[in-house]
Design a protein around this ligand. Structure first.
Ligand code: MG
Length: 391
């Protein structure tokens, strides 16, 4: 009989959950769904699935305790499951999950000298890492935030992300609805600002008044010079932050934007490790970091969060597409940090997909409430497995 804490099995599942309206709103001119279920947003030249796709990781210990993880499955999710099934899972079977940080480092080391320090490989590590942390919490009988060193908040302010309606007047009306429901911070997406990015912020500011925080996601669309000009035009409407103004690779451009505008710059949803965060922080390119739990896992999320503390930057975590498992991990980890004024709230995904899990986690009246229970506090319901996609 192996020690009760030893890992005996690592399994993966891809789920594809239907949605009524595509992510970011109805399809625009020239946008259509291809035979694999994907479409390309012309506004930011980025591919999206027409369903909510996610990768679920199940790690079982010798005593039968199960830890759940989730990682980014937005496109080609079977690339991630292949890495876990073929490489990561077999390597960690037999190990003690309570060595979770050491295991995360060991898995990163397996491929680092071959240049796999990001992308699908690190997403796969993130899914395993989250499952191991859930398992550790259950073995210890502690909620993850307590296990991570202390819980500063039992609820976290949530900002509303995205106004998925076709026309500007409909988006303004939707924003008013969210304010009426107790939310005080709203972000819109430039990729679908078909009536103009500045016009949208002006309309939102005029409709919502001076006290609501407004943010814009610029979706990596601009050169540094263009972004400086655009953010200058947005500045009179007092954005709380401007997100991702420049291409992900343009470290120097982002630094120029940050230095030459008076608006806080946010970035980081596409980063996976401290090695991507550090050069941006050193150049003061960002004052708001947006780690995405589905890319980082708990271990790197906290490393990035602590790095942000050292640079006196804020953390406002990104919330991606999933069934709530990595969302719960993100809330637990964020609740331990001293520099988190808000967490993103992807209402069109979070609320809809909570039906597939058992949890007390919820987002209402402007706040996320952390789930109860040991570990993450989220368990898949049996009906989730009706949506598993075989390769
Ligand atoms: Mg974004």
């Amino acid at each position: 009989m192996p020690h009760p804490a030893r890992i005996t099995a690592v399994e993966t599942f891809v789920v594809s959950l239907p949605r009524d309206v595509p992510y970011l709103g109805p399809l625009g001119p020239g946008e259509s769904i291809n035979e694999r279920g994907y479409f390309v947003r012309r506004g930011n030249r980025t591919i999206y699935p027409s369903t909510d796709m996610s990768v679920i990781v199940k790690v079982t210990a010798a005593d039968g305790t199960v830890g759940w993880g989730e990682t980014y499955g937005i496109v080609a999710p079977h690339a991630v499951t292949a890495i876990i099934d073929d490489v990561l899972g077999p390597v960690i079977v037999g190990r003690d999950p309570r060595d979770v940080v050491v295991i995360q480092e060991d898995l990163y080391d397996l491929m680092r000298v071959r240049g796999f320090g990001g992308g699908y490989y690190v997403d796969a590590i993130a899914g395993v890492d989250i499952a191991l942390w859930d398992l550790c919490g259950k073995l210890a009988g502690l909620p993850l935030a307590k296990l991570l060193g202390g819980q500063r908040m039992d609820r976290i302010p949530a900002y509303v992300s995205g106004l998925p309606r076709a026309q500007l007047d409909e988006r303004v009306a939707l924003a008013r609805d969210w304010v009426a429901r107790g939310f005080d911070a709203i972000k819109y997406a430039a990729a679908v600002s078909h009536q103009g990015i500045v016009a949208e912020m002006r309309a939102l500011r005029e409709a919502l008044g001076p006290d609501i925080k407004l943010m814009v996601d610029l979706h990596w669309k601009f050169t540094a010079a263009e972004a400086i000009q655009l953010i200058g035009e947005l500045a009179p409407y007092r954005p709380y932050f401007a997100e991702a103004p420049c291409a992900p690779e343009d470290v120097e451009g982002l630094a120029q934007v940050a230095a030459r505008t008076g608006v806080p710059i946010a970035a980081g949803e596409e980063w996976r490790t401290i090695y991507e965060a550090l050069p941006r922080l050193e150049r003061r390119s960002v004052s708001v970091l947006q780690p995405e739990m589905g890319h980082t896992g708990v271990t790197q999320f906290l490393a990035i969060g602590r790095l942000a503390v050292a640079f006196h930057a804020r953390v406002m975590p990104h919330a991606s597409i999933g069934v709530g498992i990595f969302q719960a991990a993100s809330l637990h980890a964020a609740a331990t940090l001293p520099n988190v004024p808000y967490h993103e709230y992807q209402h069109s995904i979070f609320d809809k997909n909570l039906r597939y899990v058992t949890t007390t986690m919820r987002c209402e009246a402007g706040f996320y409430h952390l789930p109860d229970g040991p570990g993450l506090g989220v368990e898949p319901k049996p009906e989730l497995w009706n949506f598993v996609v075989k390769r």
